[in-house]
Design a protein around this ligand. Structure first.
Ligand code: HEM
Length: 505
């Protein structure tokens, strides 16, 4: 009898082991291909901390456009093709709109209120609705006057002090956000709200690359008491929490106070405070703060990208100016009404969005349940990275991808325009960037106005020779063209008068 039981136990153990082995093998076989992992750490050392999107794009040559790897137990799938990203993230957005949990950024530093890192659910939907309704394409004409005012201020600043053009453009981008969000007017680069916002956004840097911190892989470390050996890993630079707190609260309190006193300038915060009648201050406060943290740096990147491209290529710049002269004439500055007619300028904006790829890997998504695509198995909770950089620099889709060439998007007889880059550039499905139309308006009116009013050329050295423009980008999670020097001169004799007239308007 005992022998029978023993035999039965051994047979059962063998059967269970075989089933587990078979399951893991079958699972492995049907996962998308990817680099060979090491035991336990997986592919931790295969993913470079600098510009991983380039490495992911290279992997496509070996593994195809859907690549699986894992690091310390976190499963990741990279999508290098816009078609696959569309199939999964757009068409199956009901299960692909979740976010991975990033313990360091969300819990340790305290960014869990922020929409881009918030998981999908009721609270997320409410916050998203707030942003979406205010920044809906149909509502944007209401904000044209704010944008025009800021752009005209920029033109005046460039006349007064063209050397610090980058600082003036920062003031412009920050100024539009602060006015639309809090009704606060930014009059100098040294504005106190901008300083608060800059410090607040910097706190995220304590997280290192998002998802690269040990706490992100071993989340329970965040619960260790500070005195516990090893807990130092979650220590933050002094002032981090205070800076983040000020960023969230100070501008919001200012707008709320002014609303109570009846002196508020109508803006995102006041409109929503009135709508929610004091029942969701937290939602209004956190979505207001996100307009700066998600919108400022990305918009700056797009502005600088378009600018450097036009400065580096005088032929493209002259062509854009000739088109503007033919549509606008010579006696007024551009307005939003000109946009539809300026087809080449529209292609410049589209090409800037493609060429610069401000957010090369966007924000990762998470799939909430097991799924299959083209017979590949996608395990529940896998992090999905849409590699916009690979999609927008794929030579099969965009020949000579490193070349800035607005003609790719020209329509007309005999032309075959290349795919619109806005999908990959602004993200997918229910998570698509809610500020995309605002950002594009901003980009359009700024670039059109600057190049209508000024001729902008590379700086010259002591010998009068042009200093070549370095078209390299700094490859952070938001890509920026490296700083460059240029000469900004009024384009026509009446340009100064046209710009100065705007001061009194
Ligand atoms: C050129 C400028 C911009 C670019 C390239 C850009 C790009 C992106 C991308 C790629 C995402 C991730 C989408 C996804 O998860 O699939 C995103 C999300 C987001 N963006 Fe933008 N963005 C820009 C400007 C703005 C502006 C001006 C605002 C503010 C009004 C904004 C607010 C947001 C928010 C709140 C999210 C999170 C959405 C969510 O998780 O549901 N962005 N953006």
């Amino acid at each position: 009898m005992a022998a029978t039981i023993q035999l039965y136990v051994v047979a059962s153990l063998l059967a269970v082991s075989y089933a587990l082995w078979y399951r893991s093998k079958a699972r492995k076989r049907s996962l998308p291909p990817g680099p060979q992992p090491y035991p336990l750490i997986g592919n931790l050392y295969d993913v470079p901390s600098e510009a991983p999107w380039r490495t992911f794009a290279k992997w496509s040559e070996r593994y195809g456009d859907m690549i699986y790897f894992h690091t310390l137990g976190r499963e990741v799938i990279v999508l290098n093709s816009a078609t696959i990203a569309h199939e999964l993230l757009d068409k199956r957005s009901a299960i692909y709109s979740y976010r991975p949990f990033f313990a360091m950024a969300n819990e340790v530093i305290g960014w869990k209120w922020s929409l881009p890192s918030m998981d999908y659910g009721e609270k997320y939907k409410r916050h998203r609705k707030y942003l979406q309704q205010f920044f809906h394409k149909q509502n944007l004409p209401k904000y044209y006057n704010v944008e025009l005012k800021e752009v005209h201020r920029l033109l005046n600043d460039l006349l007064d002090d063209s050397e610090h053009y980058a600082a003036h453009m920062k003031r412009l981008a920050g100024g539009v956000t602060m006015m639309l969000t809090y009704g606060h007017e930014v009059t100098s680069s040294d504005d106190s709200f901008i300083r608060i916002a800059e410090k607040g956004v910097l706190t995220i840097e304590a997280a290192g690359a998002i998802g690269a911190h040990i706490v992100d892989f071993v989340p329970w470390i965040r619960h260790l008491p500070d005195w516990f050996p090893g807990a130092s890993i979650k220590h933050l630079p002094p002032g981090t929490r205070e800076d983040l707190h000020d960023f969230l609260h100070k501008p919001f309190d200012y707008a709320k106070e002014r609303l109570a006193k009846g002196t508020a300038v109508s803006c995102y915060t006041t409109a929503l405070l009135e709508e929610t009648k004091g029942e969701d201050d937290e939602g209004v406060r956190s979505t207001a703060a996100i307009t700066y943290s998600a919108g400022f740096d990305t918009t700056m990147s797009a502005l600088m990208t378009a600018m450097i491209a036009l400065v580096a290529d005088p032929v493209i710049q002259a062509r854009a100016q000739a088109e503007m002269d033919s549509i606008i004439g010579k006696d007024r500055l551009p307005t939003f009404d000109d946009r539809e007619k300026l087809l080449y300028m529209q292609c410049i904006i589209t090409e800037s969005i493609r060429w610069g790829v401000a957010t090369p890997v966007g924000v990762p998504h998470r799939v909430s349940q097991d799924d299959y695509y083209n017979s590949y198995y996608i395990p529940a909770n896998t992090m999905i990275i849409a590699n916009a950089w690979a999609m927008l620099h794929d030579p099969q889709v965009y020949p000579e991808p490193e070349r800035f060439n607005p003609d790719r998007f020209l329509h007309g007889e005999g032309r075959n325009p290349q795919p619109d880059p806005r999908g990959p550039a602004f993200g997918f499905g229910r998570r698509i960037c809610p500020g995309k139309d605002l950002a594009e308006n901003h980009l359009w009116i700024t670039i059109a106005s600057m190049f209508y009013a000024f001729k902008i050329t590379p700086a010259v050295n002591d010998k009068g020779e042009k200093i070549p423009i370095d078209l390299e980008f700094s490859e952070h999670s938001i890509r920026h063209p490296k700083p460059f020097k240029c000469v900004i001169t009024p384009r026509r004799t009446n340009s100064v008068a046209l710009i100065r007239q705007t001061v009194d308007i």
